[in-house]
Design a protein around this ligand. Sequence first.
Ligand code: 5GP
Length: 124
Amino acid sequence: MSYTYDSQNIFAKILRGEIPNSTVAETDHSLAFKDINPGAPHHVLVIPKGAYVNFDHFSGAASDTEILDFYRLAGKITNDLGISPDGGLGYRVIGNSGEHGVQDVPHFHLHILGGHSMGRMLPK
Ligand code: 5GP
């Protein structure tokens, strides 16, 4: 598979420090920050620092270390925010990829949303 990464995407600029962000947590390989246009009381974006376009790119090409770091951080944030079902009321994780997934920013990211009921994922 060949993926083309646009180094001018907004999250690449955040990672280079060219535009500000509200950081929630950071590790060697991943960054978590607040979404600029939150869709719920808690809305955090988790991104790898590596140049991966989407979920399948990251899952297939990232190192074990990067993948472990990313998912450990994403899971920890739900606890830090107090929204883990273990003590809290739960949350939703969303990963949009490509045109049909309606992905706006072409740098892999997960959305963590919580703080109120998210409703059904898709209308039945
Ligand atoms: P996508 O549609 O690609 O899954 O989601 C992209 C998300 O990035 C959107 O929820 C949008 O609000 C967020 N976003 C876009 N530009 C910025 C920005 O400059 N800073 C932050 N913190 N979030 C952004």
